[in-house]
Design a protein around this ligand. Structure first.
Ligand SMILES: *[C@@H]1O[C@H](CO)[C@@H](O)[C@H](O)[C@H]1NC(C)=O
Ligand SMILES: *[C@@H]1O[C@H](CO)[C@@H](O)[C@H](O)[C@H]1NC(C)=O
Ligand SMILES: *[C@@H]1O[C@H](CO)[C@@H](O)[C@H](O)[C@H]1NC(C)=O
Ligand SMILES: CC(=O)N[C@H]1CO[C@H](CO)[C@@H](O)[C@@H]1O
Ligand SMILES: [Ca+2]
Ligand SMILES: [Ca+2]
Length: 640
């Protein structure tokens, strides 16, 4: 041990010298008052003594090899510019000292970290520095660099010009001085009271402030000395008031979602079925039709963009039981808090595509979302996944300005490719890579949106190839499920190969399931793709005691197999977990594949695309080359 330790120390010294020599030329030679000192065998006990005698503050034993110490100065923050040869020589002459290297100073920036002063756009809006979700410098004890990277998109000149975002909510205070200049009155409507003025109804607890707060996150004006700034501060915002009536109807939803689809580009919805952990509900007939029409005919055929909050039901709920969030036609957005953790109200599910930011856990009032509030006020406390969806709408507005040709599917591809793990941390679900190397998480989706990366990729993006739909197979026999045993079903498919609707590169996958049980909330369903990616389609919902309805042809959706080759065997596992024994009957599983026949990225600027993807997806690997990712990317990029 000792011998190898010594050898290690010796080679370390060689290495240190070489590195110092190499770095010397490149970096203006800043030297610190810190020394790497190796003491002769047996002199270790005197390290502090030796350090003190030479004027150091102290010595710290280093674990890299025998007899190695860090001699540090009394004043840690003081750097010197030059090598102190004299001190070096004095140390070298000391008979207890074997080797000495003065430590050079070089800079290592936190990834993605930018000082607020580095942003070229100088903004005078008083709340801008509180908007950590735009530029996170560590305000409110957050993680520096954990933000939407909007500054990079702004620096490139994209601020949402020419893009209109509708906030489908409880109205907008369109007289607010920070919203009035960006308000698009012509595209606004009040479906709660059938008039063109979606002004929020007054209540003394300001209950109807939701829409106004969401609007500010997207389109609050910049550089006007009022509140903060929107993600897309030169975009137009439309108000669609539709939440403020005793009951929602299919007509109100459908009318809202299909309101002026040639003028409104993006619809942001921060609502859905009750997040009580026992509801299974989704869009009704008219609304489904309106959504289908939106993606097919909206925006001149490029498709309306529907952004959806994934839900505030916390770990008791599963957003795949929310048919709005789990729809293929919506981009469903979850939230992280300012230190990268999940918010306690976050639901997880396999249909979430990506995440933005909101508040939670920490009591710091400045860790909330700063935005506009009712009656000309500002707030620091906007919250929930409600606050997350409009941030995404803002980022998508920047991307649409960068390339108005983007279709609704292009935007989903861009989201998958440019969202980042950054410093997101989910205590429950690991980050995993799917069969083509894309990293995802069951709660955060493909990670946090990165506006800078997205606009850069959007600028050169070529529309993805045509989309096909293949019914890969269906298992229709009844299978008994019990708490004792899981039911495992398999569908082996060629993904309609040889037919017109062959799907070779996946986008969304749906598992349409009919199952009932004596306790619906105890059902769990997992599905594994032929490339080995396991999606959790349904997790336990302890509050859901339904014993009658179950799931009736419910389309569970996963985004986690994006880009994969669907040919082969898909495995569905259905089980019952929970405290009491339960039973049920699995009656149908139909597997629906959606995606392209030709490689979606072959028409992109492959070289740039590859390096960008490599950069964005590898950021967290600290530059280590990930061979597996490269290889799977090659296969994704090559024609089949
Ligand atoms: C959008 O499409 C038009 C027509 O195909 C094309 O001329 C234009 O260059 C495209 N713009 C971008 C940014 O790709
Ligand atoms: C589930 O469906 C089966 C077959 O239709 C039926 O016999 C059973 O009673 C149902 N169980 C529950 C809990 O609803
Ligand atoms: C599905 O996966 C989850 C998470 O790994 C696990 O807890 C659950 O038991 C699985 N369910 C089935 C039916 O395999
Ligand atoms: C909480 C808060 O700031 N309230 C203000 C909102 O705006 C009205 C009208 O300007 C003020 O009177 C309130 O004090
Ligand atoms: Ca402002
Ligand atoms: Ca929910």
């Amino acid at each position: 041990m000792l011998a190898s330790g010594t050898r290690c120390a010796a080679s370390l010294f060689v290495l240190v010298h070489v590195v110092a020599a190499l770095a010397g030329g490149a970096e203006e030679g800043i030297f610190t008052n810190h020394f790497l000192v190796q003491l002769h065998e047996g002199a270790g006990g005197d390290a502090h003594q030796v350090a003190a005698e030479h004027g150091f503050g102290g010595a710290r034993k280093l674990p890299f090899g025998e007899g190695l110490f860090h001699f540090y100065p009394t004043d840690i923050h003081h750097t010197r510019r030059r090598r102190s040869l004299e001190l070096q020589r004095r140390l070298e002459k000391d008979h207890r000292v074997k080797n000495v290297v003065q430590q050079q100073g070089f800079s290592r920036k936190k990834r993605g970290y930018r000082k607020i002063d580095d942003i070229e756009t100088k903004l005078n809006d008083p709340l801008f520095t509180k908007q950590w979700y735009l530029v996170n410098t560590g305000q409110a004890n957050g993680m520096p660099g954990l933000d939407l990277n909007v500054a990079e998109a702004w620096d490139l000149g994209f601020t949402g010009k020419g893009v209109t975002i509708a906030i489908m909510d409880d109205g907008i205070d369109y007289l607010h001085p920070d919203l009035v200049s960006n308000y698009n009155a012509d595209a606004s409507f009040d479906f709660s009271s059938n008039d063109p003025y979606p002004y929020p109804r007054y209540t003394n607890n300001w209950f109807n402030s939701h829409g106004t707060r969401c609007a500010g996150e997207v389109s609050a004006a910049a550089n006007n000395n009022i509140c903060g700034v929107g993600v897309a501060y030169n975009s137009k915002v439309a108000g669609i008031r539709m939440l403020d009536q005793p009951f929602m109807t299919d007509i109100i939803e459908a009318s809202s979602i299909s309101h002026m689809p040639q003028v409104i580009d993006i619809y942001s919805a921060s609502w859905g079925p009750t997040d009580d952990g026992k509801t299974v509900d989704g869009p009704r007939e008219l609304t489904l039709q309106a959504m289908a029409d939106g993606v097919n005919k909206g925006r001149g055929g490029k498709g309306s963009i529907y952004v959806w909050a994934s839900g505030d039901g916390g770990s008791y709920d599963d957003c795949n039981c929310d048919g709005y969030a789990s729809s293929m036609w919506t981009i469903s957005i979850n939230s992280a808090i300012n230190d990268g953790r999940t918010a306690l109200y976050d639901e997880s599910c396999s249909s979430t595509l990506a995440s933005t930011f909101s508040n939670g856990r920490t009591r710091d009032p400045e860790a909330g979302v700063a935005t506009t509030d009712l009656y000309g006020n500002c707030t620091l406390r906007h919250s929930g996944t409600s606050a997350a969806a409009p941030e995404a709408a803002g980022v998508f507005a920047l991307a649409l300005e960068a390339n108005p040709n983007l279709t609704w599917r292009d935007l989903q591809h861009l989201t998958v490719l440019t969202s980042k793990r950054n410093q997101l941390h989910d205590e429950v679900h690991q980050w995993r890579r799917n069969g083509v190397g894309l990293e995802f998480n069951h709660l955060f989706g493909y990670g946090v949106l990165d506006a800078g990366s997205m606009v850069k990729m959007a600028k050169e993006w070529k529309t993805v190839p045509e989309r096909y739909h293949c019914i890969a197979g269906s298992v229709q026999e009844s299978h008994k499920i019990s708490s004792e045993g899981t039911v495992t079903l398999t569908i082996t498919t060629d993904a309609c190969q040889g037919k017109d609707n062959f799907v070779r590169y996946l986008e969304h996958v749906q598992a349409v399931v009919t199952v009932n049980s004596t306790r619906r909330g105890d059902l769990t369903i997992n599905m594994t793709s032929p490339m080995g990616t396991r999606s959790i389609l349904l997790s336990r919902r302890p509050r859901d005691a339904d014993a009658k309805v179950g799931f009736d042809k419910w389309p569970f959706m996963t985004t986690h197999t994006w880009g994969e080759d669907p040919r082969g065997s898909w495995v569905l596992e259905v089980g019952l977990v929970g405290d009491a024994p339960q039973e049920g009957v699995m009656r149908e599983w139909t597997l629906m594949l959606h995606g392209t026949q030709s490689a979606p990225y072959i028409d992109q600027v492959v070289r740039d695309y590859q390096s960008k993807l490599a950069m964005s997806k590898k950021q967290e690997l600290e530059g280590e080359l990930d061979e597996a990712l490269d290889q799977s990317l090659q296969s994704l990029l090559s024609r089949n």
